[in-house]
Design a protein around this ligand. Structure first.
Ligand SMILES: Cc1cc2nc3c(=O)[nH]c(=O)nc-3n(C[C@H](O)[C@H](O)[C@H](O)COP(=O)(O)O)c2cc1C
Length: 401
């Protein structure tokens, strides 16, 4: 399958010793496939087998919540103290037979959860999410011992994933979720050991990264997804993000995935939603170049990659070690295999947008979730799916209308 002339075909050894067979990584996308038991099921297995067949070197799962009581009643996978390992074993096994690694993304929503699910969410400080379409409750400030409990929950979830046969985990410290809330001066107003200055705001992430590494040992992949910036006035900026990377550099992290944005600032999905960076199609490229100088470990750049030439140039020019693809793989699960065999890539499109930044971010997300769910059902993506039907599904989910 491989065209060895492409830099995308070169294997990448990670610091823990695991070798990724090529430079394509499927970035995390919440699948919305779990039932009320919050466990992975047969649909997850069909979906990840399709992605593994598609040729990516590694697949990062959609975010798995580390506390089943802090997530919506269905859709998300979650791991709690009583969670059985077996369903996770089947999920991890679904990629075997392909030269492909599977990493579980671990997350806690903090304040970013709809009020109808959790009226009083947990957060570093009682600051409510106030922009965006989702109505969220005023959070309760976490107590010190609860913070320690959540750190334990991340390592417990990592232990379950390791026992189940996953190759590693990614700690989700981006996109305005709980770890990102601790990092941001906008949402962390604490004055104790968990806030008050940039070093103390980093402590929650650092303690989680250390606890996870201590739990899983030296030869299991541990990555971190971090915002280049929150893209909000007063939020995490490029300088503080680089400082976080410096702090992570000594912690036996295997890769750092670069992203950006929060629910209040949906730049995660691109320039159209306000990501300021770059003339290049990967819109966090400028920051990735800065990060490489600051951070001596592998970089996974995600956001905006659409063409084989941009992907291969990013690796060849040393902007990134790994190319993260999310929406492109919801549309074309076989894209890596196609690129590695030197074939012309099919164009990556997306839903027709409506011209409203926030609604469009929602349409974009829901349209891609619909494609993911088609693949999980053994169907082909439907690239002609209408934006309105994706939006309708989303409004039903958010407002129950
Ligand atoms: C449907 C969907 C679900 C997503 N879920 C997650 C998630 O669970 N965790 C995460 O870190 N990012 C998530 N993302 C963001 C992607 O990982 C990625 O950062 C973003 O889509 C930009 O990359 P792309 O241009 O390749 O799509 C999601 C994106 C989409 C479209």
């Amino acid at each position: 399958m491989r065209s060895y002339s492409s830099p995308l075909a070169h294997p990448l050894p990670l610091p823990c010793g695991t070798v990724l067979p090529n430079r394509f990584v499927k970035s995390a996308m919440g699948e919305g496939l779990a039932g009320r038991d919050r466990l992975p099921n047969g649909l997850h297995c069909v979906l990840y087998r399709a992605w593994a067949d598609g040729g990516a070197g590694a697949l990062i799962t959609g975010n798995i919540m580390v506390d089943p009581d802090q997530c919506p009643p269905s859709g998300n996978v979650a791991i709690g103290p009583a969670t059985p390992v077996e369903p996770f074993r089947a999920w991890a096994a679904s990629v075997r037979g392909n030269d492909c690694k599977i990493l579980a993304q671990l997350n806690h929503p903090g304040r970013q959860i709809a009020k109808k699910y959790i009226a009083t969410p947990l957060a570093p400080s009682p600051i409510r999410l106030h922009k965006g379409l989702m109505r969220c409750g005023i959070p309760r400030q976490l107590e010190h011992k609860e913070i320690l409990g959540i750190i334990d929950a991340f390592s417990r979830a990592a232990r379950v994933c390791q026992a189940a046969g996953f190759d590693g985990v990614e700690i989700h410290a981006a996109h305005g979720y709980l770890i990102s809330q601790f990092l941001s001066p906008l949402t962390n107003h604490r004055t104790d050991e968990w806030g008050g200055d940039p070093v103390r705001r980093q402590q929650f992430l650092i303690r989680i990264a250390k606890a996870v590494r201590d739990t899983v040992g030296a030869d299991f992949v541990v990555g971190v997804k971090l915002n280049s910036a929150d893209f909000q006035r007063g939020g995490l900026d490029n300088d503080e993000s680089l400082a976080v990377m410096h702090a992570l550099a000594g912690l036996r992290i295997d890769f750092l995935e670069i992203s950006g944005g929060t629910y209040e600032s949906p730049v995660t999905l691109g320039k159209g939603y306000g990501a300021s960076s770059a003339s290049r199609e990967a819109y966090f490229t400028d920051f990735a170049i800065m990060a490489r100088k600051a951070f001596p470990l592998p970089i996974l750049l995600t956001g905006g990659f659409r063409t084989a030439s941009a992907m291969s140039a990013a690796v060849e020019e040393g902007v990134t070690d790994l190319v993260g693809l999310a929406r492109a793989l919801a549309q074309q699960p076989g894209l890596p295999r196609c690129a590695l065999s030197g074939q012309q890539l099919p164009p990556i499109s997306g839903p027709r947008l409506l011209g409203h930044k926030r609604l469009d971010a929602l349409v974009d997300l829901r349209w891609h979730v619909a494609q993911i769910q088609r693949i999980a059902a053994g169907q082909k993506p439907d690239l002609a799916l209408s934006s309105w039907s994706a939006l309708k599904q989303s409004l039903i989910r958010i407002y129950g209308i």
